[in-house]
Write a protein that binds this ligand. Structure first.
Ligand code: ADP
Ligand code: MG
Length: 721
């Protein structure tokens, strides 16, 4: 398989004849297509739905479906599917043909508004956390008209939400859309203090997706990668990322063709790909489009991940999205660049020209931080998973403590606002308002130092939520963040309004509340090194959530403050939160269970037999040496081999004993009824054994004959391309 991997040539990708601007969105039923394929009145209504959040009227559904079908049929489409985001990873789809009985014994091609709007997939096997018991396995998928329909191959893909018969959300999209609605309402109300004309606030997301590519032949020879997405064993390669040469190096040609391929396909699907580069670890890369409205950006990320996986195979690669495929080299994250903007510009944009602009900037920054501070444990829970747990706190990604890096300029500004004397902040009457804020240099945007250790860093005109995992659905982090900020802004508005009611001038009232909040959010601001041990102590003193066990981190979803926040913003009910946590615990358990099973198999069926054989060979050699040499000389010659034979025995017996202990730990854990307790048991008693045993397997890898070792090694997995 190593030979096969070495021989593989780049698969050349032809660039389309048109320019990217011409094929951008070719397979998307966007406004351009709507204009062409829909009656004028219907087109107008659709624009109102997309731009202004107007309700989608059933009366236009048939006309929209008709236009869509015409467009899709011209592209050779024969099937359609509702495309949704269940609470597992990835997306789900159920394909149906455009055919119906015509009632006369024949078939006709049909796609009605009813089929576009709603479907009832038999979704009994999607996780529901007990909301929907299997005997009433009815969940509906319903079209989300704010995310455009697109075509892949012969199928019309319809982005949908997924809800239980009883109305609860069974996906990521429903709560995300509710959170986006909540932040729009809350932020619009606040931004109107500064500009009464503003109609709408939009949440933006620009994700940066990291991934690994591994040759397909080598991947296939690693059962652990095939089953779990990561290597459960493997000794460090002599060279890995210590030279930083991959990061600055040119992109290998096989990889470049792959990147070209996914970018063309992404652009055709309306995903505005912009950046590509090597990442820190060997065979690790990154891709980032231009930011978009959050709901659309989430869909595009889900779509992009599936394109990457599919196209990688065409190029003889496997694309690994797991957060930690290899021990000892960096894992993969997905930075979520987040901001709020209005029809008039980005709200977190720093250099305001007037004092009011600066006050607006400070207000939105501070209230964002208030949301993050109030819900720091919950935000950590929103990005936690069995796989991301390997990355967070592992001195390469942010620690398992949420804090925010603001950089010098912004910290100075906030200090200044808090410390300013009443005189400097004097407010004379309602109209002439003097606020002595230092001028913010234009340079600030590029000037924010890159603090890689911060999970939530201010980067000029946005915050970058860096702790999100590469495999995750961004919606989980984004719905939590937007809901938390919505709650903070609503609280801010209530307090400002109360002061205004009591006779305070608007500007003075805003300033007063902002200054209170600056004092309040101090504990979340941390500009230092997040990897240091001192930070853990300091963070605990500040009262930040420092829990590191994934199953216990999930508890944050059910804390009183989380439930209150989600219910008051109408994003999720207690029942939905409880159901989701059941799924989180269950998923955690299953992941560790699968890892533990496959790891045990590998140890007992792959490693031990090979090691024993090698050891026998050495023993044989010792006997032969004894036969032909006098005793004293023989023991001298065999000294080293005898030592190796003994070492192998030690490692072997440890492995066999602990694999047995691991099986027993699983048996005990499996009997536990409560999903939470079971996940805790897997975390505390099964997962640590994986690491402990691995150490011995990796040692054996360095002892046993390379020819005999049954698995491709790190130096092959990471360097052959
Ligand atoms: P980095 O230097 O961190 O690699 P880039 O400049 O490449 O960052 O941008 C990363 C992502 O952030 C891109 O998707 C970009 O479009 C996005 N981005 C830029 N400005 C904003 C903003 N105001 N709000 C949200 N995302 C943004
Ligand atoms: Mg970035």
């Amino acid at each position: 398989m190593v030979d096969e991997a070495f021989k593989r040539q780049p698969v050349e990708v032809k660039l389309p004849a048109e320019r990217p601007s011409e094929y951008f969105g070719k397979y998307v039923f966007n406004k351009q297509k709507m204009f062409k394929y829909l009656p004028a009145a219907v087109y107008q209504k659709m624009c109102d739905v997309i731009d202004n959040g107007a309700p989608f009227e059933r009366s236009i559904a048939d006309a929209v479906a008709e236009g869509m079908k015409k467009w899709a049929t011209e592209l050779g489409v024969t099937h359609y599917t509702h495309w949704f985001q269940p609470l597992t990873e990835g997306t789900a789809e159920k394909h149906d043909g455009f055919v119906e009985h015509d009632g006369k014994g024949g078939m006709l091609e049909e796609f009605t508004g009813k089929l576009l709007i709603q479907q009832e997939p038999d979704a009994s096997s999607f996780p529901s956390g007990g909301i929907r018991s299997t005997f009433e396995a009815r969940g509906y998928s319903a079209w989300d008209p704010t995310s455009p329909v697109f075509v892949i191959g012969d199928t019309l893909m319809i982005p949908t939400i997924f809800i239980a018969y009883t109305g609860e959300a069974l996906d990521y999209k429903v709560p995300l859309k509710k959170a986006l609605y909540a932040v729009d309402k809350a932020a619009t109300a606040v931004v109107r203090y500064f500009n009464p004309e503003v109609k709408k606030v939009v949440s933006n997301l620009g994700w940066e997706q990291e991934y690994f590519l591994v040759d397909e032949a080598l991947y296939a020879a690693r059962p652990d990668m095939v089953m779990t997405g990561r290597t459960l064993m493997g000794h460090d390669s002599a060279k890995n990322q210590q030279m930083d040469d991959h990061y600055f190096g040119s992109i290998p040609s096989r990889v470049e063709e792959f990147m070209k391929d996914i970018e063309i396909q992404a652009l055709e699907l309306g995903i505005p790909c912009k950046t590509r580069h090597n990442e820190v670890a060997p065979n690790q890369f990154e891709l980032a489009p231009i930011f978009e409205e959050t709901n659309l950006a989430v869909d595009h990320n889900m779509l992009m991940m599936s394109i990457m996986k599919r196209v990688a195979r065409k190029h003889g690669f496997r694309c690994l999205l797991h957060e930690k495929p290899f021990k000892g080299v960096n894992g993969s994250g997905k930075h979520n660049n987040w901001s709020l903007s209005t029809d008039t510009g980005i709200l977190l944009h720093a250099p305001g020209k007037t004092p009011m602009d600066n006050l607006r900037f400070v207000t939105f920054t501070v209230e964002t931080l208030k949301g993050v501070y109030n819900h720091n444990g919950l935000l950590k829970a929103s990005i936690m998973s069995a796989s991301n747990a390997h990355r967070l706190g592992a001195n390469e990604a942010p620690p398992a403590i949420i804090s925010s890096f603001l950089g010098r300029t912004l910290t100075d500004l906030i200090d200044h606002v808090e410390a300013a004397t009443e005189d400097a902040l004097s407010v004379a009457g309602k109209t002439s308002f003097k606020l002595d804020l230092p001028s913010i240099p234009e340079l600030m945007i590029d000037n924010t130092d890159r603090n890689r250790t911060s999970p939530f860093a201010f980067t000029g005109n946005r915050f970058e939520f860096r702790a999100v995992g590469s495999e995750a659905n961004c919606a989980s982090a984004m719905l939590t963040l937007n809901a938390a900020v919505a709650e903070a802004l609503t609280d801010f508005k209530a307090r400002v309004d109360a002061l205004i009611e009591a006779g305070e001038a608007k500007e003075a009232a805003i300033l007063k509340v902002v200054r209170e909040d600056i004092k309040y959010i101090r504990p979340i601001i941390f500009n230092g090194n997040g990897y240091g041990e001192e930070w853990k102590l300091e963070a605990a003193k500040r009262g930040l959530d420092c829990e590191t066990s994934a199953p216990l981190i999930f508890d944050a979803y059910l804390s009183e403050s989380s439930v209150k926040m989600f219910e008051s913003t109408k994003v999720m009910t207690r029942l939905e939160l409880e159901a989701r946590n059941e799924i989180k615990w269950e998923t955690y358990t299953k992941k560790i269970q699968i890892e533990s099973r496959i790891f045990g198999d590998l140890c007992l069926n792959h490693i031990i037999p090979v090691v024993t054989k090698y050891q026998s060979m050495l023993i044989d050699n010792v006997h032969k040496v004894m036969d032909i040499f006098p005793e004293e000389k023989a023991s001298l010659i065999s000294k080293e081999n005898l030592h190796i034979i003994e070492k192998i025995s030690d490692h072997e017996s440890f492995i066999i004993e602990k694999v047995d202990a691991m099986v027993n730990a699983r048996k005990v854990a499996n009997k536990i009824e409560s999903e939470r307790e079971k996940a805790i048991a897997y975390h505390d008693t099964v997962a640590p054994l994986l690491e402990e045993i691995r150490y011995h397997v990796d040692k054996l890898e360095t002892i046993v004959d390379d020819e005999a070792w049954p698995l491709p090694k790190y130096r092959e997995l990471l360097f052959i391309r």
